[in-house]
Design a binder for this molecule. Sequence first.
Ligand code: OFO
Length: 170
Amino acid sequence: MLTKEIEKCLNRQIELEFESSQYYLSMASWAQRHGYTGVTKFLYLQADEERAHMIKLFHFVNDRGGHALVPALAAPPTDFGSVKELFKKVFDHEQLVSREINELVDECLKAKDYATHNFLQWYVAEQIEEEKSAQTLIDKLEMIGNDKGGLYLFDRDLENFAPAQEPNAA
Ligand code: OFO
């Protein structure tokens, strides 16, 4: 059974995954409007993944005797400046999520809730992958600089992007 405090923390994480999904969806829309087909595809996939992370939490909370709540969300930003700025925002956002997951893991240890602690290890592993993937894309964009041909190839490469295998289900 979840304690009220851990249930509240997990619902906060649900909100954050939901927010991430909406954020990436808004980025996908921006990229689509600007004709970046590869970036668009990547971001739609990312938005779907974040939604799946949220649903996974929903099931866990309800299975453990809590009540998973659908949060009210503020609308995400709609303008992302450039592809490089956009991916920097993705990286910053993923770092924020990692910090929140770490806090949550810490709360579980304090509450001696080892079941939730164990469940959250999947998210810890997933965050490592997501930070790495955002950092790799930023490194490539740094390399490209202002070269439009380079940006074209970057976008084309992302069209063939296959998301990294997610960690095994907890
Ligand atoms: Fe939910 O994986 Fe990142 O944010």
